[in-house]
Design a protein around this ligand. Sequence first.
Ligand code: A3P
Ligand code: MG
Length: 401
Amino acid sequence: MKRQYYQDVRNGSTRDPRFRKGQERSGKVLSLHDIEEFNGNFPEFTRPKNVGSFSLDVHRNYQNDYSELRYLSMPPETSNAGSCKVRFDLRKGVSSVIEKDEESIRQKMLDDLLTFILHERKAEHPSIVDCNHPLKPLLVEFICYRGLLTMLIATPYESQENWTILATRFQNSIYLWQLKDKQQRNGFNSNPKQQEMSIWGFKFEQYLCASSPEASPTPEEQLNTNAEFCCVLKTRIGGHPLLYGAEVDAVIKGTQPPFADLQNFVELKTNRHISNERQHVSFKRFKSMKWWAQSFIVGIPKIVVGYRDDDGIVSRLETMDVDHLRKQSNDWWKSNICMNFCLQFLKFVKECIPKESNPNAHFIFEFDAMSRVVTFRNEAGEAGSRNLLPSWYIQSMENPV
Ligand code: A3P
Ligand code: MG
């Protein structure tokens, strides 16, 4: 595998208006011009370990409990292979849905994950903190959310969507957060129909999820997409320890917390019926990679798919094996290319951010899908935009528990 990833460039573009001033562009870039450069052996990737969890309630308040954990409740007639005929109307109650507060998500950045980390540091969690050191520093090099990793993994095959990542180094760790513009935060829902369709996925979850192992799903209840159950995982990619939060959909009945890993969790997904070869190829080329990346990175082995029509009626459930998704799409995308890029990006970040960097300094990494490069710049910040790491977190971490 060639190792010539970093090249020199003279300029680049910045899109986030909050981070335009005071920039100092570096000459370093990570190139994706030839993704065959990433076609080496699959990098070392240890089985993701679940180190803990938390809930976000309907007001997006942090709860140190399992209150938002949901149990998968498949219809009784489901076959052993996990398929079944159903009739779920995803438009039911759609006008009264309370949608996720994107502004709150934007403002809170990594705060919920940081709250979790402080709890675990206090509890002296040996996988997360160095308990032998008086300051109990973290034992991880990178901290982020799963969505950012899914996006990185898919980047070698991304030809349309740009992305921007904000990074800060503090003590032994680098914290990463994806900056989204308004359009990206709203999920590219440019018209009311698309906006409605973005709710269908959550409605589908409501048809299959129950709040306890004994309970049944309650699709007639008002849907509030703010509520989440979030697992925090630890893994190593190419020897680099990584800690990341992931919203998870459901656990299968018969398993009780605490969970050592996500082997018994499932991801729930909707998809339009695939009825011709063109749609089949499109699924294998694009969607299967995103689905694989999202589940693989947290160690979820199964996806329950609801096939729907254009009116939002799901008529069939099918359970897919995540590893099978990878195998059946080998002609279209390669998991080793995806994961090698992810690893090279993390190394690039580590190399770009000075070791002595302070926790108020920000660095920006931008992928431009047209020019196929990731550029890096030092960001001096701008009045009005908050730091990625809040002072309550920095102060806590700088003092003994
Ligand atoms: P589907 O994936 O079934 O469409 P996730 O499964 O990733 O937890 O997401 C749950 C649902 O959120 C999705 O269900 C979809 O309805 C909505 N969603 C997630 N990402 C989206 C995006 N980029 N644009 C629009 N809707 C999105
Ligand atoms: Mg889902």
